[in-house]
Design a protein around this ligand. Structure first.
Ligand code: TNX
Length: 503
C-alpha cells in the first residue's frame, strides 16, 4: 500500500519534471537535486564545429571563469536518430550527446528551457522527434514582412525544435523575390494598389542578398528555408509583370482582392517554361534546400479550356482531360528542379492525375486528409500534414479576432483543437510511414504585420510543435496547458506577441 503511494508520488514528480519543456521530450527521468546556473563555469566541445551551437548558451551561462561545473557538448555517433539527443544533468554538470550538430542544438534548447529560477534539476533525457519535418509557413506574398521580421520569426520558433520555415514568396497579390533575369517581376509584381482602405499602396520584396542572409541566419538555428513559387495558379503578380505568361495575353493589375483568380500561367506557351525554368534556376541558386515548393493549389481550368494553344497541346499529347495538362505542366517545371537535384513539393489536389515521381505532397483541404493520406500511400508520395481543420494559423482562435469585411468565410481554430491534432490520424505504422511531417500555415490575407503573425502563431505553434515531435502517449492537455503558461512568460520576456489562452 505504502509502496504504491510512493510510486504515485514519484510518477507525479517525473511528469512534473517535464513541465518546463515544449515539445515534451519522449523519455525523462528526474533525479534528486539541482545544479546552480552560476556554478557552471566551463564549456567542453568534442568538436570545434560545435562552436555555432554552443553560442546559444552564451546568453544563459558565463563561461569566463575556471573550475565549477562543466557543460559538455559531445558528438556521439552511437545515437542513432540524426535529430535525437541525450541530456544528463547531475552534480558534475551537464552533458549533451548527439550524432549531429542538429541533435546537439535540440539538446541545448531543452537545457535552456529547463532553467528555472537560476537552477537546473538533475535529470536524464533521451529524446528524438516523432516526425522528421516540423514546419511553419509565412506568407509575405499577401502582406510583405521585412527580412528583419522573418529573422525575428525564425529566432522565435527555433526554441520549439521546428526545423523548416516555408516562405510563400509569390501569389496573386505580390511577387516577393528578386529575379535578376526578369526585373519586372519585382518592379511591377511587388506593388499593388491599396487594399487596406488607407490609400497607401502595398509593396515589398527581398533581394537575393537578403534571402541568402535569411538562409544563413536560419541555418545557424537548424532551420531550413523552403521557398515556394506558386504555379500555375496564384500567379497574377507575375502575369501583371509579363502579360505573355497568360493564355489571354491581356494586361491585368496585381490583384488587390483576396480569393481565387481565373488567370493562370498558360500550359501551351513555351515562353512560360523558358521563363519559369530561368526563375527556378535562380531560386535553386539562392536556396540550398533540397525542397522547393511549386504550389499547385486552386488553379481553375477555365482559361486552359478556352485557349487554342492549350487545347492543341492536349490533342497532340492525346490527353482526354484538361487536368492532364496540369500533370504535364508540373512535369515540365520539375525538369529544372531535377537538374539541381531538388525535390518538388505540392499542395495536393485530388483532381490532378499525376505528380512528378518522388514529389512530396501537402494535405491541406478541410476534411480531405484521411483520403489524401491513403491516396498518397497508394501512389507512393510522401506526405506533410497541414490540414485546414488543425493547422491553418491564419484562422483566428475566435472569430471576433478578425473583423475585416471580407473575412466572414473564415472559420475559427481554437488552441485546444490544434493540440488534438494527431498527424498520423491514429493509423498503423504501415499505413502512416509515408507521413514525414507537420506544417502550420500562417496565410497572410489577414496578417498585415509581424505582430499579427506572432499573435496567430503563439501559443498554437506550441501545440503543433508537440504534434510533430512528441509521441501521442506523452501528450496530455492539462499538463501541456501548465507548460504553456510558463512558456508564455518566456515569450513575454522576449516581447513576442501571443494570444492569451482563455482557460
Ligand atoms: C487557400 S491553402 C489557399 C491560400 C489561402 C488560404 C486561406 C492553399 C494551398 N491555398 O491561397 O491563403 O486558403 O486560408
Amino acid at each position: 500500500m505504502k509502496k504504491s503511494f510512493v510510486g504515485l508520488l514519484l510518477l507525479t514528480f517525473v511528469v512534473g519534471a517535464a513541465q518546463n519543456i515544449i515539445p515534451i521530450p519522449n523519455d525523462v527521468k528526474l533525479g534528486n537535486g539541482k545544479l546552480s546556473v552560476e556554478m557552471i563555469k566551463s564549456l567542453r566541445l568534442s568538436n570545434d564545429s560545435l562552436r555555432n551551437e554552443s553560442a546559444f548558451l552564451g546568453e544563459y551561462f558565463d563561461f569566463s571563469a575556471d573550475g565549477g561545473n562543466t557543460i559538455s557538448l559531445l558528438i556521439d555517433k552511437s545515437i542513432d536518430n540524426v535529430q535525437g539527443y541525450s541530456l544528463t544533468v547531475d552534480n558534475r554538470g551537464v552533458t549533451i550527446k548527439a550524432s549531429t550538430r542538429q541533435g546537439i542544438f535540440y539538446g541545448i534548447q531543452t537545457l535552456i528551457q529547463l532553467i528555472d529560477d537560476k537552477e537546473i534539476p538533475f535529470i536524464e533525457i533521451c529524446d528524438k522527434p516523432r516526425l522528421e519535418y516540423r514546419a511553419l509557413m509565412l506568407d509575405p506574398a499577401r502582406h510583405f514582412l521585412s527580412a528583419e521580421d522573418v529573422k525575428r520569426y525564425i529566432d522565435a520558433i527555433a526554441r520549439y525544435k521546428y526545423n523548416y520555415l516555408h516562405l510563400h514568396l509569390s501569389d496573386d497579390q505580390g511577387w516577393r523575390v528578386e529575379i535578376k533575369k526578369y526585373p519586372r517581376l519585382t518592379e511591377v509584381g511587388s506593388v499593388r494598389a491599396d487594399t487596406e482602405g488607407d490609400g497607401v499602396p502595398h509593396r515589398g520584396y527581398y533581394t537575393q542578398e537578403q534571402l541568402r542572409d535569411i538562409v544563413a541566419f536560419a541555418a545557424q538555428r537548424h532551420i531550413e528555408i523552403i521557398p515556394e513559387i506558386d504555379i500555375p495558379g496564384h500567379s497574377v503578380a507575375a502575369i501583371a509583370a509579363y502579360a505573355e505568361l497568360t493564355c489571354r495575353d491581356t494586361i491585368i493589375p496585381v490583384r488587390s482582392e483576396i480569393g481565387v483568380s481565373l488567370d493562370l500561367l498558360c500550359a501551351g506557351n513555351e515562353k512560360v517554361f523558358e521563363m519559369y525554368g530561368d526563375i527556378f534556376e535562380e531560386i535553386c541558386e539562392i536556396f540550398p534546400s533540397k525542397l522547393i515548393h511549386l504550389g499547385g493549389d486552386e488553379a481553375p481550368l477555365t482559361h486552359w479550356g478556352q485557349c487554342p494553344k492549350c487545347q492543341a497541346l492536349k490533342k497532340e499529347k492525346g490527353y482526354t482531360d484538361d487536368q492532364e495538362l496540369m500533370s504535364y505542366f508540373f512535369g515540365r517545371i520539375n525538369q529544372t528542379l531535377l537538374r539541381h537535384n531538388r525535390t518538388a513539393l505540392f499542395w495536393y489536389e485530388v483532381d490532378v492525375p499525376d505528380y512528378p515521381r518522388n514529389a512530396i505532397m501537402y494535405t491541406w483541404r478541410n476534411g480531405l486528409t484521411p483520403r489524401v493520406i491513403e491516396e498518397c500511400r497508394e501512389k507512393g508520395y510522401r506526405v506533410i500534414c497541414a490540414p485546414g481543420e488543425f493547422a491553418y494559423f491564419d484562422y483566428p482562435e475566435v472569430k471576433s479576432d478578425i473583423t475585416a469585411k471580407s473575412s466572414s468565410w473564415i472559420p475559427a481554430l481554437p488552441f485546444e483543437k490544434v493540440y488534438q491534432f494527431d498527424p498520423c490520424y491514429g493509423l498503423s505504422e504501415e499505413k502512416s510511414s509515408h507521413i514525414i511531417g507537420v506544417e502550420a500555415t500562417v496565410w497572410g490575407e489577414y496578417v498585415p504585420d509581424l505582430e499579427t503573425a506572432f499573435f496567430r502563431t503563439f501559443p498554437r505553434a506550441f501545440a503543433l510543435a508537440e504534434a510533430g515531435w512528441s509521441k501521442m502517449s506523452r501528450r496530455e492537455w492539462n499538463d501541456f496547458l501548465l507548460r504553456t503558461k510558463r512558456e508564455l512568460e518566456h515569450l513575454k520576456s522576449r516581447k513576442i506577441n501571443f494570444r492569451q489562452p482563455q482557460q
